[in-house]
Write a protein of this length. Structure first.
Ligand code: G4P
Length: 552
């Protein structure tokens, strides 16, 4: 049964705090209306539920439950996906586009939830302009929230916070806000204030628009009743809130206004202040206000760093970069999809773009947009959008596509792996196939693959141990190849940089330690920090680095 939601236009913003004006007035309206963001959270805080409600209000799905149902249908297809389910981790990528209130186009980019996939997450976050941080009202800032937040901070991403599960016993509102301010070193400004907790939770006072939002416990998909209020002394409040809760609300809001910073859009855009909404995703409560917040505060598509110059979204010429490559999205078709963040211009299907790395033209004839869990051919797209380009391996992470200019987008790093293991095919006759499988995963960014200059086989590097299991099951599933990961004598890897002569000299003197990565770049495999210190001392002409920019 479809649930029909009467979505009324957003009410007038009585206090004018939701500033819908763009901070870049020169943006064409099609670009200014785009909001490209990710949701970050600790597992179980409610990211999936919130995503589902976003899609529901965006009209992308008809009924809550579809995302999960589709997810499960997909998972039954493979052991790998089953593992994803059993472990409660999400390793498959998705980007979803949908309209909100007709006026806005939201592009929601999914981030992998598990800490073992931090590099992948980092790269996903290079493709967005903002992030929504979901926290559980009973648990506050959890370990994974903290890690993901730090990744956002590296890019100064604007953050909107959603404190979920307010229908359950949750912590004191000031405690939650203090914890965010202290643990994450970011200022917090309340956009709404909860009334009552747990079973007594009634709803929120919307501090931005002076409205009372009342949660409907009987119908989880119903939008809250919204009542316009003229300040906290409005007698209408007495009609809806019991006296004790109302007194507490008045006291707390007064204190909050005195002690906490007011909304400041510039501070939000700079990533130093986060507005917080309180709600309950499962009860559809507070979700609309959060979506209005993204629509109103933005930001719209931002300028991207590149060499030799920055690229602005309003530029007429199309440009974009690959931030994720996913192979075997559909086991029936061995396609690879490169996820491209459009940085500038107005893209039309069939356009010929230049693949900057190879300097070759590329006709983009089958670009896809991801609408909820389905793919759809993208006839056009604008700066800010995420499109998927099916290809046979030409497109790699960090690659730029332009209308001819030799642009290289920066800030998409590859991190040195923290764990190394030798990878061997269970059947030695199939070693060649293993080569192909590993290269594919390296190009997807799922692992680092090093070919040592001495000996046979490969050394695979990852950030977290769980990735070895994921890789082993994917290689078996997608290539029919059982593999073993064995301990390696090496513990870490560093890229070697310097002029060609110095690097060659270094490589020939340290052959036992040398390998190449999947791009053919020289890598120094190490056992101890001592090795790295020794190189710094003995070879001042070369530099060992723990990150490599993924651009060529
Ligand atoms: P995640 O993607 O961040 O891991 O979280 P997810 O949305 O899967 O939510 C985790 C659990 O929390 C789910 O329960 C979900 O129903 C519940 N949940 C989400 N939002 C709220 C909320 O506002 N209030 C309450 N009380 N619970 C919420 P589950 O039992 O693990 O799954 P299910 O059986 O409900 O599907």
């Amino acid at each position: 049964m479809a649930v029909h939601l009467a979505i009324s236009p957003a009410p007038a913003y009585t206090r004018g705090m939701l500033d819908t004006a763009t901070n870049r007035p020169e943006l064409p309206p099609e670009i200014a209306r785009r909001r490209t963001f990710a949701i970050i959270s600790h597992p179980d805080a409610g990211k999936t539920t919130l995503t589902e409600k976003f899609l529901l209000y965006g009209g992308a799905i008809q009924m809550a439950g579809q995302v999960r149902a589709k997810g499960e249908a997909r998972r039954t297809r493979s052991d790998f996906m089953k593992m994803e389910q059993d472990r409660g981790i999400s390793v498959s990528a998705s980007a979803m586009s949908f309209d909100y209130l007709e006026k806005y186009r939201f592009n929601l980019v999914d981030t992998p939830g598990h800490s073992d996939f931090s590099e992948d997450t980092y790269r996903t976050l290079t493709a967005v302009d903002a992030a929504i941080m979901v926290i559980d009202g009973a648990k506050g800032v959890e370990s994974q929230t903290q890690k993901l937040f730090e990744v956002c901070r590296l890019r100064d991403l604007p953050i909107l916070t959603f404190c979920n599960k307010m229908d359950r016993e949750s912590r004191d509102t000031f405690d939650i806000i203090d914890e965010i301010q202290e643990n994450l070193a970011i200022d917090v400004t309340p956009a709404s204030w909860p009334i009552g907790v747990g079973r007594d939770f009634l709803g929120c006072y919307d501090l931005i628009r002076d409205r009372l939002e009342l949660m409907d416990r009987a119908d989880r998909n119903k939008v809250a009743e919204s009542i316009a209020i003229e300040g906290l002394d409005d007698p209408k409040l007495d009609e809806h809130i019991p006296a004790d809760l109302l007194e507490k609300l008045r006291e707390e809001v007064e204190m909050a206004r005195e002690l906490l910073p007011a909304m400041d859009r510039q501070a939000f855009l700079d990533g130093t202040l986060t507005p917080i909404w309180f709600g309950s995703a499962i009860n559809s409560f507070g979700v609309r206000e959060l979506m209005d917040g993204i629509a109103g505060y933005g930001p719209e598509p931002q300028v991207q760093n590149a060499n030799p110059r920055e690229v602005a979204p309003e530029e007429k010429k199309v440009s974009g970069f690959v931030f994720k490559v996913q192979a075997n999205m559909d086991p029936k078709h061995r396609d690879r999809v490169a996820f491209v963040r459009l940085v500038s211009g107005h893209f039309k299907r069939g356009m010929k773009l230049t693949h900057v790395r190879s300097k070759k033209p590329m006709a983009v004839s089958n670009p896809v947009l991801f609408l909820a869990a389905d793919r759809e051919l993208a006839e056009e797209a604008w700066a800010g959008d995420i499109i998927g380009i099916p290809n046979h391996g030409q497109l790699r992470i960090g690659d730029a596509l332009t209308e001819g200019e030799a642009l290289r987008f920066t800030g998409i790093p590859s991190f040195a792996p923290e764990l190394l293991r030798n990878c061997r095919a269970g059947d030695p006759m199939k070693a060649k196939h293993l080569d192909k499988a590993l290269m594919q995963f390296a190009e997807e960014g799922a692992a680092k693959v090093f070919k040592p200059s001495f000996g046979s086989g490969f050394i695979v590097g990852v950030v977290g141990a769980l990735q070895f299991e994921v890789l082993a099951s994917r290689i078996e599933l997608e290539y029919g190849l059982p593999v073993r990961f064995e301990n390696s004598q090496f513990t870490s890897a560093r890229w070697v940089q310097g002029d060609q002569e110095a690097v060659d000299k270094f490589a020939s003197a340290n052959k036992q330690h040398m390998a190449t990565d999947n791009d053919g770049d020289p890598v120094f495999l190490t056992r101890l920090q001592w090795d790295i210190d020794r190189v710094a001392r003995d070879y001042p002409d070369v530099k060992l680095t723990a990150t490599k920019e993924m651009m060529i």
